[in-house]
Design a protein around this ligand. Sequence first.
Ligand code: GLV
Length: 320
Amino acid sequence: MSKPLVLLTHPLPEAWIAALEDKVRLVVGEEGFASFSPQLEAYLPEAAGILSLLTAKVDKELLVRAPHLRVVSNMAVGVDNVDVVACTKQRIPVGHTPDVLTDATADLTMAILLSAARRLPESARDAKEGRWGTWSPTGWLGADLRGAQLGIIGMGKIGQAVAERAHGFGIRLAYTNPAKIESDAAHLPLEELLKTSDFVSLHCPLKESTRGLIGEKELKMMKKTAILVNAARGPVVDSDALLCALKEGWIASAALDVTDPEPLPASNPLYDLPNCLIVPHIGSATHGARRRMAEIACENLLAGLAGEKLPHCFNSEIYA
Ligand code: GLV
């Protein structure tokens, strides 16, 4: 029997995808393509499986061109790049990679929150560029953490891991979530969370109800001293409104692991603001997390090809 054809949208280290060896016929997209390269697209009519990165659009139109598709395995916890509704209609399971990136993403969230709170990018640049005079009692003053309130929007696994870390810094916790969870943190409506928090951190998935969740109205509700952290998805924040908020002092600063669009072009005015820290979507970028994500993506893929239930299936209702 011939091996099933699998399209991998971007090269991955061999050791990470060793499980696929001898089991599938793998066609790998070229480096430099965020989504399907034209060379990879040519294989869609024969493809039985797709192993996609979060930058690859798996939409209705693509599904039409892949009539033999049996599984979409996304190497990410978020699946906003995949039309899950269309996949579910066609009973195509969609795999994702939860849990293994929770710690890495929560660590990065704390890293950029602390960097913004203590103004690391500005002060490091000032030191390097010769603006470090004598020790200044009033130079580069930042936010106090102990006793400050962190408002977490989206108290899922990553939100809770951030809360656990923030608790260690003596930060008070509040969250907004569709469902109340077992937690010492205060469960607040969005408006109250925005008005009362010193730091606001986003950890909700991107979907129709969260697209543009933080816009002009919400940014204006926040404290003028507040720091906004986004390690979820760029479009949860209205970028134009954020630019105004940072320029005009509606909030103090922002720390962004994700932007809209991605990559954020080097000419984007957000980069010119001293109160905006931007890193290139590296929440899960640790050796361990990325390798486990790839391994789980392979496990999901192989299960789907074998007609078995995916170990981590986003649309598990297809098995009902
Ligand atoms: C990263 O952003 C992911 O969704 O895995």
